[in-house]
Write a protein that binds this ligand. Sequence first.
Ligand code: 5CA
Ligand code: ZN
Length: 424
Amino acid sequence: MRAWTSPDLPSLDDLGPAPAVRIHDSASRGLFTTPVPRSQVGGHPEGSSPDAARMYVCGITPYDATHLGHAATYVAFDLLNRAWRAAGHEVRYVQNVTDVDDPLLERAAATGTDWVELAERETELFRADMTALRVIAPDEYVGAVESIPLVVELVHQLRERGFVYDVDGDLYFSVHADPRFGSVSGYDEARMTELFGERGGDPERRGKKHPLDCLLWQAERPGEPAWDSELGRGRPGWHVECSAIALHHLGEAFDVQGGGSDLVFPHHEMSAAEAQAAFDGLTFARAYVHAGMVGYEGEKMSKSKGNLVLVSRLREDGVDPMAIRLALLRHHYRSDWEWTDGDLTRAETWLADWRTAVTRPSGAATAEVVRAVRAALADDLDAPRATEAVRRWSVATNEGADTSEPGAGEVIRRLVDASLGIAL
Ligand code: 5CA
Ligand code: ZN
């Protein structure tokens, strides 16, 4: 599938390498550091990329427009992408599009739209929103439908190993086939069963061997799309889509599996277990990173609840996407928070101040700002702290109290662009 156009990244080479990035891993509940690129300690052969930091971020299910919750999550992983690059990593980034799944088919049926058209339309809108927000595009943007052969291959592999069974033609995965099942979320069985039921699972389906076993391949239902395969005519389950795409496009033991915190369980738990059960000794991701949930009017912003603030709507209303991005960055990516109109007006004021400051021929000293911004981002993507440092610089510069450094604005403009993704 086609991704979107990445923004240009200004070079910060003259500022030296940024610190190694530490990021919170939900599985270990500790900080994960991607090893310092070998290219910095000894070099690697030209053309090879043994040092690439590899990241898979779960993409949208394209049945409605991008809301600020989605945007916050993708901007969070964009910060990681940028922080890794600043630290000297090459980044290999893969994202999927769940372009066939129950919510998409239900919405298409409810609105009398062709499901393929709906998915294409909303994916295109997502691309436009990501471009406007200056999110670096993934190297591979991969649809579920185009990945069906990969899914079939992985299910086949699981079946060879005896971890797949049939319930009325649907194929299920025995989740406990992976001895590490449960280690991504750390939840006990009671909590898992509760969440499984709430988040698209079917703990109560009769005929299953264990309530938590999850669907790998769903046999054709009347009126729904289906594909012929050695598994019978049907369509892929959700979790195995991401296992298959990530393994194929990134390989095992990639650095970060990312998404919003609503994906910790069951999605990331199941995806990891499916991949790990398929191959002896395989580690799926080395770290599982989750963004907090953005709420609106008292509830998690969600397509199914309809309490949405859409990026595209704000853009249509003439809001500067850079103000939207700055408003998102004012909240730490791991916190749950609620969007209010005040977030946007505050960000607009800051953005205007920053723009005024960077156009001055000289400004406050930059070395400490560069250090503070990079240190904050390397410390579990602390964007509120990073933006605060830029804010302090802009205040000092605009007040004229300290204009000791000629060309300071140009340094800050590049820093803010490359590390925070905000074009001034
Ligand atoms: N297609 C699957 C992942 S494979 C999916 O969850 N799609 S989604 O469209 O529902 O969500 C896309 C991404 O946005 C996911 O990472 C999800 O965790 C995140 N997300 C959804 N709602 C919110 C929210 N209110 N706040 C923050 N992130 C959110
Ligand atoms: Zn996913």
